[in-house]
Design a protein around this ligand. Structure first.
Ligand code: ADP
Ligand code: MG
Length: 251
């Protein structure tokens, strides 16, 4: 559903990103890993068209440059690392912004807003002023907005998540990861920037590691996250252990 060919991003003559090839299928969750400044957010910004690039980003085989903006909005959703919204909207009004590219009756809109807010465990925040919410609550309301935006996709939608667990408490980190895997089972393609390598091991079948704007490693997390790779990339030597069900854990 997503194919990237020779994607290059520059700023002031400095190369920020240089990716020869990358693909994501519907039904797949790809984790994007790498140290701070590696180019992870730049990759998502290039895919979503928020920064200029050379090369090709193909969504369902067609260059994203040729998609009508309304159609693209129903098929490509982005949860940014952080968002600034100081206007005193209620949380459910922020979610309703996701309906701009959709066709929904008033009643359908209310039901869909409730459904996506439940999925993101933020329906209880519906009547709260968005600027008064905590960072994690805001992030879940924003995810609900993105899920609403993708709810009428005619082809499998692509969901881009920039550190979706960064502001979440332990329980909500796992809720976000379970939810993205559930969406993938429904056919979504998901690209998720993660910092927690245990989350990557437990929830993702494929990952890439970026370093200086290039793909340094890619493959199954079990293979990619070998101790020598972690040492090279993050300058940290983890301790390894196994849970009772034989899942690998790093500390
Ligand atoms: P991360 O992997 O932490 O998400 P980013 O993709 O945000 O990294 O940034 C990658 C590198 O590109 C960093 O060194 C950052 O400072 C630089 N960068 C990002 N956006 C710009 C920009 N608009 N202008 C100049 N440098 C940028
Ligand atoms: Mg980033």
């Amino acid at each position: 559903m997503l194919r990237i060919e020779n994607l290059v991003c520059h700023s002031d003559g400095k190369s920020l990103l240089d990716i020869e090839g990358l693909h994501v299928k519907g039904g797949e969750t790809l984790a994007v890993l790498g140290p701070n400044g590696a180019g992870k957010s730049t990759l998502l910004r290039a895919i979503s068209g928020d920064c200029g690039y050379d090369g090709e980003v193909l969504v369902h085989g067609r260059s994203r440059r040729n998609w009508r903006s309304n159609y693209l909005a129903r098929h490509l959703g982005v949860l940014p690392q952080s968002s600034v919204l100081t206007f005193p909207f209620l949380a459910h009004e922020v979610v309703s912004l996701g309906a701009i590219p959709l066709k929904l009756s008033q009643r359908g809109m209310r039901e869909e807003i409730r459904r996506v807010m439940k999925l993101c465990d933020c329906d209880h925040l519906s009547e709260r002023l968005f600027p008064s919410l905590s960072g994690g609550e805001k992030q879940r309301v924003q995810l609900a907005r993105v899920l609403l935006q993708l709810s009428q996709a005619e082809e499998s939608p692509l969901l881009l998540l920039d550190e979706p667990t960064s502001a979440q408490d332990l329980g909500h980190q796992h809720l976000m990861l379970r939810l993205t895997n559930q969406l993938a089972r429904e056919g979504y393609g998901v690209i998720s920037i993660l910092h927690d390598l245990n989350h990557t091991l437990h929830y993702c079948k494929r990952c890439i590691v970026l370093e200086n704007g290039r793909v340094r490693y890619q493959g199954r997390p079990d293979d990619v996250l070998a101790p020598e790779h972690i040492g090279e990339i993050w300058n940290y030597r983890p301790t390894f252990g196994w849970l009772q069900d034989d899942r690998l854990v790093l500390a």
